[in-house]
Write a protein that binds this ligand. Sequence first.
Ligand code: SAM
Length: 346
Amino acid sequence: MKNLIDKLEKEHILAQSEFEYLINNRDAETDEYLFQKSSALSRKMFGNKIYTRGLIEISNYCKNDCYYCGIRKSNACCERYRLTKEQILFCCKTGYELGFKTFVLQGGEDGFFNDDRLCDIVSDIRKQYQDCAITLSVGERSYESYKRLFDAGANRYLLRHETASEEHYAKLHPESLSLKNRKQCLYNLKEIGYQVGCGFMVGSPYQTAQNLALDMLFIHGLQPHMVGIGPFIPHKDTPFANEKPGSLELTLFMLALLRLMLPKVLLPATTALGTIAENGREKGILAGANVVMPNLSPKNVRSKYELYNNKISTGEEAAESRHLLEQRMKKIGYELSTDIGNYEGF
Ligand code: SAM
């Protein structure tokens, strides 16, 4: 085990069978050895600074029907909302005053936000906050659409690939969605010039160690600037209501492997990680994550953007409680940064 971790640290890649072996044979001793390496590497790359992103959940309307997701089209219990341009700009203003230099506009695939409307919002944010990054996370769109949004001023895009196995992808999504298109979107975004983030849920239904090993190889091939991973957490009004959640331990293990594979990658300790365990995000940082994404959405919509049950949204993960998050980070020897937090070289 330790020799494989040393190899990953040195060569930044392993064979599929080696990743599988590591994932299948985890134990406390290996965890400790791995976390020591991944956290030292993260420290070397980023010091004790944690980048912050302000997350604005712009709409929970979605035309897709992913089996795991609480805002899926078929969930009739989901109370739908959509922010206005004024509300989104107000979130940015609040965030800027709180010290955020990245705004992440995330939402379901909502046809209302066509290119004209979204470009209009993006270009207004860009005009008002030239020293900030604008990250979009609004799903699959055409090459032309991504290009227009980029030209309007967006510079990062998050689109989790969800799983790199065709077979597994088909167990998580209806037939109308394909892994091929998802991957193509990621390649297009990269070609256009975005800083690109892919990612997956840990412990999603039917996931195997082989699937996770394939995720690692796909990510290595893509060489993304960001990777978002978090545990799968069931939502009561989805087909996966009775499935088991992903584990904290395996999520931390995957975060650490990702840090060793891609030393420079921007790696968030996600809200889902903070939801399954009280100190989930701190543990994520100690395993090699270097980004947190507090919630900047208007308070009255936060509970409606419910991708999974019990999603945290009003404690230290709320952007307005930045000082509380700061205290939490201090306790583990880290500081929140007010830097824009680009991928090195951008
Ligand atoms: N619609 C955009 C997209 O598809 O990229 C962005 C929003 S989507 C809800 C954001 C991410 O939430 C998904 O990529 C998925 O990995 C995650 N997610 C959805 N349901 C989840 C669940 N039940 N547990 C954990 N994560 C979930």
